[in-house]
Design a protein around this ligand. Structure first.
Ligand SMILES: C[S@@+](CC[C@H](N)C(=O)[O-])C[C@H]1O[C@@H](n2cnc3c(N)ncnc32)[C@H](O)[C@@H]1O
Length: 261
């Protein structure tokens, strides 16, 4: 049956947990965890922790003398995060706080490690959030930043021009700071950090349903057509064609680990 546009938004909290458990999600998250060099007793901050995907692993590394602070502005995400961390809260202190990343609720200079994973692309001002992180961390602290670069989104289709138009629409109209991934090192240095490592990974989607959910193919194509950016006939044919042949889509995810001098 032909695929039609306008797939509804999945439940975001459970969707993010599922995405994180898949190969591409697991690989970069584990790499970041290792690069952050967490030690027992550390205070670690997860900015935009979402459904708490990474909080149990952070709690395990900082142990009973450590402290994990997860912040997010979305109460529904935080409800899932509380459920997910209920068991680990007995092992180390896990605090979950509803707050905006532009106003981090921590005593300045007290954070040993921090991570911000696919959040800067959404915030009002990535530079302000990094300034907040700089104030929150102590000298010698390590901060891990992970963001996609949506200019690198490729979707295989017979109609290459429409794939290119879809990527352009995503970067220009859908994601607030779509190219923040490539700018991470520059932004970090401007905020007063020193860049320790810069790496990139390429999540690959070979399953149409998974790619559609994660990349918003049907949802965003429908909006691009409504907005007059892509011709309806071409856009609908492009989307319908994706489900019929082997599927390939990918994008680049940039990880920068920096230190607070
Ligand atoms: C793509 S999810 C990533 C969640 C989590 N970091 C992970 O890797 O699973 C983005 C999260 O950023 C949060 N977020 C976006 N803007 C925010 C802001 N200004 N302050 C706090 N959280 C924000 C959203 O509520 C959402 O939970």
């Amino acid at each position: 049956m032909a695929k039609t546009l306008g797939v509804p938004r999945p439940d975001q909290a459970s969707y993010m947990l599922r995405a994180a458990s898949e190969d591409a999600g697991r690989a970069y998250k584990r790499q970041l965890l290792d690069l952050l060099d967490l030690r027992p007793g550390h205070t670690v901050l997860d900015v935009g922790c979402g459904p708490g995907t990474d909080l149990p692993a952070l709690a395990e590394r900082v142990g009973p003398t450590g402290r994990v602070i997860g912040v997010d502005q979305d109460p529904a995400m935080l409800a899932t995060a509380r459920e997910l961390t209920a068991a680990v809260s007995t092992v180390s202190t896990v605090e979950i706080r509803e707050t905006d990343a532009h106003a981090l609720p921590v005593t300045p200079g007290t954070v040993d490690r921090a991570r911000i994973d696919r959040v800067l692309m959404h915030v009002r001002s990535p530079a302000e959030v990094l300034a907040q992180l700089h104030a929150a961390t102590r000298p010698g602290a390590l901060v891990g930043l992970v963001e996609p670069d949506w200019d690198t989104l490729v979707v295989d289709a017979e109609d290459l021009e429409t794939s290119r138009a879809f990527t352009r629409y995503t970067t220009e109209k859908v994601v607030r700071h779509a190219t923040v991934g490539r700018r991470l090192a520059r932004l970090a240095v401007r905020a007063g950090f020193r860049v320790e490592t810069t790496t990139a990974t390429t999540p690959v989607f070979t399953d149409f349903e998974h790619g559609d959910h994660t990349l918003g193919l049907g949802r965003n194509m429908q909006q691009a057509i409504i907005d007059g950016h892509i011709d309806r006939k071409r856009g609908e044919a492009w989307f319908a064609g994706l489900a019929h042949e082997p599927f390939y889509a990918s994008f680049t995810l940039v990880t920068v680990v920096c230190s607070r001098p």
